[in-house]
Ligand binder design. Structure first.
Ligand code: KG4
Ligand code: ZN
Length: 378
């Protein structure tokens, strides 16, 4: 089975997505229905609302993906679905739908780990450019709203195997962006807006020393064993303290009120409502997060002898992260690959692509599997 069109379904968080991908590399369609408007008033994803929105969107989104690809329910070769990690209720919507479709259409069903999906977003696009050979081991930083992981990947049999050599102890990097945005009265999700605003501020204005991003138990034997772990809750608290000490609460409340009146919010509308202090603060926050992500990843690459770097997940869309990674990685001589911005955030093309090696190996799911909110990648 060297060819095959796979319908991918992704509902692990706040995007209902479906896509058809041929042979793990040709994206025939990719439809993403975002729930941003639903979660925006809460400044973060509300799990119950996410499940409800997936239920509403799943049928039209899959129909659209098939139509865009020129496929029908019966013409696809297999169905792939995210099994985890993610929100259990949200995952269940995609899984139940995929199981029903697989049963009704007698199509094989393949389960995919969402984190491996993010890694395949990179592979998929590199294959499209004709690059098939990566030097191993590959070190992949998967950095999103729910995850901050470092995986050392090697090739085995028909696919890749992974060793998780670093993870966040508390908040994910994207979660820190979203929480900082919320506490500064900026719209959800925080990543894209902070990315845009940070360009206008001074990244050295507020000093978030390494003490703000530290292991809770620095110096302990466990910390020494896991030198590539991350922690982002400290910097979020430091931003909060800065806001309090500098008396920024009133201007934050005023911004929140003004933004609530605008129907179709653009980055320029938000920029017009931010003073210098706020711009400097977000620029300094981003500078600190980006440098921590890059420094730990490059240290890990160096210590573990990685020959290739992948940076993927929603936060990989960040322009400063891309710039700093590219500059630092080229100095160290290790090539670094990112997905396009569209495939950095959650989508189903990456799920269909990640399923392809399993499709070729006829590694199909049994009917009794369920959602695994904390599914690990090995
Ligand atoms: O991969 P993703 O769509 O969902 C998860 O698997 O979590 O990532 C969403 C996260 C959000 O936290 C969002 O704020 C962040 O990615 N994000 C960004 C940018 N675009 C999205 N963070 C920093 N800079 C960006 N440009
Ligand atoms: Zn994701």
């Amino acid at each position: 089975m060297n060819d095959g069109s796979i319908l991918g379904i992704e509902t692990s968080c706040d995007e209902t997505a479906a896509a058809v991908v041929r042979s793990g590399e040709k994206v025939l369609s990719s439809v993403v229905s975002s729930q941003i408007a639903t979660h925006q008033p809460y400044g973060g994803v509300v799990p119950e609302l996410a499940s409800r929105e997936h239920l509403r969107a799943i049928v039209p989104v899959v129909r659209q993906a098939l139509a865009d690809a020129g496929h029908t329910y019966s013409s696809i070769d297999a169905i792939a679905v995210t099994q985890g990690p993610g929100l259990a209720g949200a995952l269940l919507v995609g899984i139940s739908y995929a199981k029903a479709l697989s049963f009704a259409q007698k199509k094989p069903l393949i389960t995919v780990n969402h984190l491996e999906g993010h890694i395949h977003a990179v592979l998929l696009e590199e294959k499209q450019k004709g690059a098939f050979d990566f030097e191993f081991p590959v070190l992949a930083l998967v950095v999103s709203g729910g995850h901050t992981h470092l995986f050392l990947a090697a090739e085995r049999d028909h696919g890749w195997v992974y060793e998780n050599i670093g993870r966040t102890r508390d908040d994910a990097a994207g979660e820190a962006y979203d929480k900082v945005a919320k506490l500064l009265g900026l719209p959800y999700p925080g990543g894209p807006i902070i990315d845009a605003l940070a360009r206008k501020g001074n990244p050295r204005a507020v000093k978030f020393g390494p003490a703000q991003i530290k292991h809770l138990n620095r110096g302990t034997p466990r910390a020494r064993q896991t030198p590539f772990d991350f922690s982002f809750s400290g910097i979020k608290t430091a931003v909060l303290r800065y806001v309090q000490v500098e008396g920024m609460q009133e201007s934050i409340a005023a911004r929140q009120q003004a933004l609530a009146q605008i129907v179709k919010l653009k980055a320029d509308d938000v920029l017009a409502l931010c003073d210098r202090k706020t711009l400097d603060l977000v620029a300094s926050f981003q500078y600190s997060v980006v440098n921590d992500l890059v420094a730990k990843t490059l240290n890990a690459a160096d210590e573990r002898g990685a020959r290739t770097l992948f940076v993927t997940g929603g936060v990989a869309a960040n322009s400063e992260l891309r710039q700093v990674f590219e500059a630092e990685a080229s100095r160290s001589g290790v090539p670094v690959y990112f997905p396009s911005r569209k495939l950095s955030t959650d989508n189903a093309a990456m799920i269909a692509a990640a399923a392809f090696p399993k499709f070729r190996a006829a590694e199909f799911a049994q009917a009794d599997f369920s959602a695994e909110a904390s599914l690990v990648l090995r």
